[in-house]
Design a protein around this ligand. Sequence first.
Ligand code: SAM
Ligand code: SF4
Length: 326
Amino acid sequence: MIADSFGRVHDYLRISLTDNCNFRCFYCMPDEDYDFTPASRLMQPAEILSIAKTFMEQGVKKIRLTGGEPLVRKDAAEIILGLGKLPIELVITTNGTRIAEMLPVLLEAGIKTVNISLDTLQAEKFLLITRRDVFHQVRSNVELLLQHKISVKINMVVMKGLNDSEIKDFIDWTRHNPIQIRFIEFMPFAGNKWTSNKMFSLDEILKTVEQHFIVLPVKSAPNDTAKAFMIPGHEGSFAIISTMTAPFCSTCNRMRLTADGKLKNCLFSVGETDLLSAFRAGQDILPLIKASIWSKEKALGGQLGQNFENLDPQTLSNRSMITIGG
Ligand code: SAM
Ligand code: SF4
């Protein structure tokens, strides 16, 4: 069992496969030119599998593949199929561009849920946010997943003045589709242009939805990081991830492994533990894992308080989101 000093048992591992991406979402990538980590410094498929097994033997039940864009990695299929053989729940977060090519692999690996990031339902705005003109490709890949009975969650980062006006459109999408929209509060990371006045909070999101619909809360599962809601008559549902205004730290069960093999015990942790170098040197990584999680801060990596209005993101010590693995 992997636990921290506050008694939180950690049984969910998020593995970033790469810090490379075929999109350039401004809220995720740093401002300046960014060199992706060379392949030799990334965890290799056999290393990922072996490290994942160590976590699994300690009670990890769920692994999420993320990035960067996990499906741009050339050996993504090998990694997914390898992890798919483990007795864990395997899920993935992707920008959705490579779903059509990878569908046979996802099905063979037994992936039942895919989270797709889609911040707008307007093609021009999609181009503005991601700097890639592939809105229709992502949209049709969502349909493809639904046709194959893979459950779809849509991650939508809500940013004031940019896409908060589309909240109703996203909810309308759930009327006849069994998808869950996950509205995410915009979070600050190194070089991502975050300011508190661009943030659209849990309360604001909920009020916006309630202007148009009857909203009923849904009981959340013990380690959920999203507050879930349903709308009578809608096939789908929605949830809100309120890391900034109402964080979920007290029930956190997550650990994050960066693509270069560093363990982060929190999305906002200052420190990281180099598991890959230890693994390559033939050392036992279990004591390193346990020590890292034991040292986890009570909330938000000990860095963010509730008073985010005056937060200067430059004072945070962290990687950019794309190098952590969201
Ligand atoms: N490329 C994949 C994708 O876009 O889904 C996986 C990696 S991405 C870093 C994972 C998630 O983090 C995405 O849903 C993205 O919207 C979210 N994300 C990135 N930067 C964020 C930020 N500053 N605030 C909130 N969510 C963010
Ligand atoms: Fe790439 Fe996902 Fe980050 Fe967008 S949010 S730049 S798709 S990793």
